[in-house]
Design a protein around this ligand. Structure first.
Ligand code: 8X3
Length: 249
């Protein structure tokens, strides 16, 4: 049984991952921005294991420091950190991009991941053990038009994973970088600012990945034997060859 902290646990990949790892008997710290959603998820998952919830926005350093520092002693030794929180905002050429969207993506996907990691890594180093799982994207492998800033943030996640591995290997800490392709979650609804119809077109005509598929992959990495570190994993739906190429019927 491990103590696992999941950011962005209230929906999508984060929620499915928290659910699966809870069912496997791990103790889970679920983190997110919406207290009602966190509380109902806590109730739902408490039937399987011990759950602790922390409300914070990864973009808010003060809020997240306060939340993580408030963890009771028995929850402080985090074995696995899953840096899942992150989003895409807008799909625009650079010339028309909204700077608020850029700030949200850079603050959440890059700075937020760094802030949370900085809080958790010292304990892992002291204990000479731990596992950090960073959720990147296939957008880090292939830049696409109108998504340049999103792609840049995910490329940054790849680089941070690589750097973490270089800095943390001597402490016995594993680092896993996961690159999901098209996963049908609220991802596109958020990207298109609530436009459900447009979001649905992203997943039309083929079978996209489900959040559960990524949760499975994450669980596989976490459950690998102590001497095995899955450093990188790229997961596409069978119908997708790379971010821009999807075979639709
Ligand atoms: C989401 C996958 O291809 O829309 O990270 O960028 S993609």
């Amino acid at each position: 049984m491990k103590t696992i902290l999941v950011t962005g646990a209230t929906s999508g990949i984060g929620k499915s991952t928290a659910e699966l790892l809870a069912k496997q008997g791990n103790r889970i710290i679920i983190c997110g921005r919406r207290s009602e959603v966190l509380e109902s998820l806590k109730t739902e998952l408490s039937q399987f294991t011990e759950i602790f919830s922390l409300k914070f926005d990864v973009r808010n350093l003060e809020e997240l420091e306060k939340a993580i520092n408030s963890l009771p002693a028995k929850w402080k030794d985090i074995d696995v950190l899953i840096n899942n929180a992150g989003n895409a905002h807008g799909l625009d050429p650079l010339s028309a991009g909204k700077t608020d969207d850029w700030d949200s993506m850079i603050d959440g996907n890059v700075k937020g991941l760094l802030y949370v990691s900085k809080m958790i890594i010292p304990g892992m180093k002291e204990r000479n053990s731990g596992h950090i799982v960073n959720i990147s994207s296939v957008a880090a492998r292939q830049t696409y038009a109108n998504g340049v800033v999103y792609c840049a943030t995910k490329k940054a996640v790849d680089v941070i994973s690589e750097g973490m591995r270089i800095e943390l290997t001597e402490f016995g800490i594993k680092v896993t970088n996961i690159q999901p392709g098209a996963v049908e979650t609220d991802f596109s609804v958020v990207r298109f600012k609530g436009d459900q119809e447009r979001a649905a077109t992203v997943y039309a005509g083929y079978e996209p990945l489900k959040a559960e598929d990524i949760a499975d992959s994450i669980a596989y990495c976490i459950n690998a034997p102590k001497h095995v570190c899955i450093s990188d994993m790229t997961i596409y739906p069978t119908a997708q060859a790379e971010p821009r190429t999807i075979y639709r019927k």
